[in-house]
Every structure is written in C-alpha cells, then in structure tokens.
Design a protein around this ligand. Structure first.
Ligand SMILES: CC(C)(COP(=O)(O)OP(=O)(O)OC[C@H]1O[C@@H](n2cnc3c(N)ncnc32)[C@H](O)[C@@H]1OP(=O)(O)O)[C@@H](O)C(=O)NCCC(=O)NCCS
Length: 206
C-alpha cells in the first residue's frame, strides 16, 4: 500500500529470511477451476519468496510506477537489514519480479506497508494472489488482525481489500503529504478469514 510510514525508526537487523525458501502461491483459485477467467495467470507461473537486497533495483522500478510518494532504495535496504518487524515478499512470474508486498508484524497485528504489481501485469488477479499470500504469511506468524491505509481516491486497491475481507473503519485526515489526501484505514480479522479458508493447518508458507 502507499504508506506515509517511513521505515527509519527501526530496531535491529533480524530479517534473515532464507533465500531458498520459495513459497507456493495460495490464490484461492483451483488450478483446474473451469470457471477461472482466461486472463487469470496460471498458478504454476508464480513463485513467492522473501525479498532480498539484490531485488531492490527491480522493486524500485515497481515502486516508482506505482506510487506518487515512492520509498527510496535506502528505505527498502533499511527494512531488510534493520527492522526486525518487517516481512517482505516478492512475487515472480516466470522468474521475473512482477510484484511485492510488505508488512510490519507488531504483537498480533500486521500493518501492511506496501503492495504493488507491475503496471503491465495488473488486472490478472496477481494483486489478489499477492495479498492472499501476505495474509496467509501473517496468519502463520501468529497475527490475528491486518490493517492498512489507502488513499480515499484509490478505488482499485480498496476494491481488492474489500474483496479479501478488509473493511474501512476510519480516516486519517490529510495523511498524504503530496496532496493532503485523506487515508482510509482498513482492517481485516484474519481469524475469521483464515478459519473460513482452512486455518493455519496445512499451509505451505514458512
Ligand atoms: C492495487 C493493485 C495491487 C491491484 O493489483 P491487480 O493485479 O491489478 O489486481 P487484481 O487483478 O488481482 O484484481 C483483484 C481485485 O482488485 C480490484 N480491481 C483490480 N483492478 C481493478 C480495476 N481496474 N477497477 C476496479 N477494481 C479493480 C477488483 O476487486 C479485483 O477483483 P475482481 O477481479 O474480482 O473484480 C495494483 O493495481 C497496483 O499495484 N496498484 C498500484 C499500487 C497501489 O495502489 N497499491 C495499493 C496501495 S494502498
């Protein structure tokens, strides 16, 4: 999500997610689902994995095409090395990064910091796949709620969040410094959501 949160008040380096820990997608779409729209990207083309320092140049491309207040590469570097609460996933399609998402896990709440898909790959359910994966990851880490801020004008993102169970619960007035736009605060109860989808048991995210 586009966030005014700045990752500059972090604590200690502890984001050592193993680079060989590939995560299978959890898209809620069965591979043989005949009702899947043709434009939906086949599940076997997608791999999720933890973000690495080497990903930052690719992430910056996505960040700049996605947000009017993009994070700097230093901000991502800091997240990966100094923020023990930060977790970032990269979504690859046929080996190339096409999206990423991140969150801060604080007590039992996950705060989504960013989620974005490369412009050329949007509208093919990849954003949904990515958000589902992040929600599953948060649930497996013991989070029971997820929250985010989104521009009031960003109806595409709001529609995605609502589809996956997030609800608007308030506003942050003038949250975005570029144009003074308000942020809608959204929350999702993961225990309701994930229990309905099969619970913590049997998931493949590590
Ligand atoms: C928001 C974003 C991640 C969505 O990714 P995406 O891959 O294009 O979205 P998907 O194809 O997975 O669509 C999932 C849902 O999002 C919503 N959505 C996607 N495109 C939409 C559009 N053009 N108009 C309205 N809703 C749309 C719909 O609810 C859709 O579900 P549906 O297909 O059943 O209608 C992507 O648009 C993006 O990267 N935007 C820029 C960054 C951003 O705004 N991030 C969020 C900041 S809070």
């Amino acid at each position: 999500m586009e966030s005014e949160k700045r990752p500059d008040n972090q604590i200690q380096s502890d984001n050592q997610i193993q680079s060989d820990n590939q995560i299978q997608p959890d898209n809620g779409i069965k591979p043989d689902d005949a009702s899947s729209p043709d434009h939906v990207v086949p599940k076997d083309e997608i791999v999720f994995r933890p973000m690495l320092m080497d990903d930052i140049p690719d992430i910056m491309v996505i960040e700049h095409e996605s947000f009017t207040l993009p994070w700097s590469s230093d901000a991502f570097r800091n997240e990966l090395t100094h923020n023990q609460f930060a977790r970032y996933l990269v979504m690859e399609r046929n080996g190339a990064p096409v999206g990423y998402a991140g969150m801060w896990t604080v007590l039992d709440e996950a705060h989504i910091t960013n989620i974005a898909v490369r412009t050329a790959h949007r509208g093919r359910r990849l954003g949904e796949l990515l958000l589902r994966q992040l929600m599953t990851y948060a649930w497996e880490l013991g989070m029971i709620r997820m929250t985010l801020e989104v521009r009031v004008s960003n109806h595409v993102a709001q529609s995605l969040y609502e589809k996956l169970g997030f609800r608007g619960i308030g506003m942050r007035k003038g949250y975005y410094s570029d144009n003074g736009e308000d942020a809608l605060i959204m929350w999702c109860d993961l225990s309701d959501r994930m229990t309905a989808e099969g619970g913590r048991e049997g998931s493949e995210t590590k």
